[in-house]
Design a binder for this molecule. Structure first.
Ligand SMILES: [Zn+2]
Length: 479
């Protein structure tokens, strides 16, 4: 029974729903193989000749931004313990790494499927462009890569057989060694009122999303809250106390604790979560009221950050990359880019929903569309002028990322309007068992890219139409 369950999990890792998912991929690989055999049958002479004739007219072949062979070699050869494939005898740590890396390698399946689709299409039009390099590539997919899900099943099975369970949340393996939910590091220049309010907002948001039992509850702790003021010296001192705390607790990441995190916050304000909770075993949350400036937005900002903790707490992985993938930060067309729409859109939307009254909530959502933010025109106009898909807007684009937050917040509103608020929590509380795309399909019924296409069409309606969904959403709040 255990094995069967794991197998289903693997099959559903492939994008789409449940059992049949591996099939299209398998089929695709076979098609690819046919192309290869056909090509190999061609004589060298003819092949060369046709290649010469066609090189000028053929457009460049489709490409992807990652090298799966290199990823495979890194994750499944160089990064692993020497005896990792001796799955019956290797150490727990080595076996876990093997299992997690297999999952990472397999997470590219969906992108690869799209890529091989487009390659097949391309080679049927320009058969002479089929070089030995592509033959090797397909050979790799059909042999080595094709084995990955099967091996994953075996390794995951062996792991649970030998070490029990498939989570390390409740085992000694968890990096969450601190049972304290909230530890505060506040600078000396802040008033007691500022410190108290910040703690109060953090606690309120915590009870809202993490108070009751839920999937990630065992990781809903060790929140290290640093509150900075307007004084650089005071910030420096508190930052170093925080780093000392990490050292005392013996976190491996204490070694590279940044003593200068405070600087940017003291000078520019803002807030953030500066650690990967599931990997490091704590959440480093910073709140920066710049002096004692507790305006309306400050409470919303605290809720926004705590929502990030809720999101992250549901991911049980010791791999930075894997956490980012499940978090939705690798959902752009370029899998190396760090995109913001999902994590930030959720946090912005829920923070507004739970810190505002109905009127203020409407105002906030209106501001997200009609306000200029860092641009010279309303965000909605800017978004369509920019022309990029919502899921491709990344942090590397400077202030453009503002659109991913605010339009992302509208996307979350649209989802909540159609699927209910609980659906978003269901997403977060199940994503750990699958991958981002699959979980999205399971919960919201379609692929996130299609959903965003649909949303972007809807967003073109007059704003007055869009605003109609806000009141029903607000009135059906569930927390
Ligand atoms: Zn955020």
């Amino acid at each position: 029974m255990k094995k069967y369950l794991i197998l289903l999990l693997i099959l559903s890792m492939c994008g789409g729903t449940a059992e049949s998912d591996l099939d299209p991929f398998a089929e695709e690989m076979l098609v690819a193989k046919d192309v290869m055999t056909e090509k190999q049958n061609e004589t060298q002479e003819e092949f060369k000749k046709s290649q010469e004739n066609n090189t000028q007219s053929a457009p460049p072949p489709p490409s992807v931004n990652f090298d799966i062979i290199e990823i495979y070699n890194t994750k499944l050869i160089s990064e692993l313990c020497e005896d990792a494939t001796q799955i019956e005898t290797t150490s727990q740590e080595c076996l876990l790494k093997y299992r997690d890396n297999l999952e990472i390698v397999f997470s590219y399946a969906e992108e690869l499927k799209k890529y091989t689709d487009s390659l097949n299409q391309y080679f049927s039009e320009y058969p002479s462009a089929f070089t030995e390099e592509y033959a090797d590539f397909f050979e790799f997919l059909n042999s080595k890569y094709f084995e990955v899900p099967k091996t994953y099943g075996e390794v995951a099975d062996m792991y649970s057989e030998r070490f029990g369970g498939n989570q390390y949340s409740q085992t000694t393996d968890s990096p969450f060694i601190d049972e304290e939910v909230l530890t505060v590091f506040a600078t000396e220049d802040l008033t007691q009122k500022t410190v108290d309010s910040t703690i109060q907002y953090t606690n309120e948001a915590y009870s809202l999303w993490m108070g009751k039992d839920y999937y990630g509850k065992s990781q809903a702790k060790a929140i290290y809250l640093m509150i900075t003021g307007a004084d650089l010296e005071a910030g420096k001192k508190t930052n170093s106390e925080y780093c000392k705390h990490l050292e005392q607790k013996k976190y491996p990441s204490a070694e590279w604790c940044n003593l200068d995190t405070y600087e940017n916050y003291v000078l520019n304000g803002g807030a953030g979560i500066n650690s990967s909770g599931p990997v490091e075993g704590y959440y480093f949350m910073v709140m920066a009221p710049r002096g004692n400036n507790l305006d309306q937005g400050y409470k919303t900002m605290a809720y926004h950050e705590v929502f990030h903790i809720y999101q992250m707490s549901n991911i049980f992985s010791r791999d930075y990359e894997e956490v980012d993938r499940k978090f939705g930060r690798r959902t752009g067309d370029d899998p190396n880019s760090d995109v913001a729409w999902w994590g930030e859109g959720n946090a912005d939307f829920f923070a507004a929903l739970y810190t505002k009254d109905l009127n203020e909530f409407k105002q906030e959502m209106k501001w997200a569309l009609e306000g200029n933010g860092p641009f010279s025109m309303a965000r909605k106009t800017q978004f369509f002028e920019n022309g990029q898909k919502l899921y491709n807007i990344s942090w590397s684009q400077g202030e453009t990322v503002d659109l991913a937050y605010r339009i992302g917040s509208w996307f979350t509103a649209y989802l909540v309007h159609q699927n209910g608020e609980q659906s978003v929590y269901d997403f977060w509380e199940t994503v750990d068992k699958g991958n981002f795309s699959n979980t999205f399909i399971n919960i919201f019924g379609k692929d996130y890219k299609n959903y965003i296409d649909e949303f972007e069409k809807w967003l073109q309606l007059p704003n007055a139409e869009l605003y109609k969904i806000l009141e029903p959403i607000y009135k059906s709040k569930i927390k």
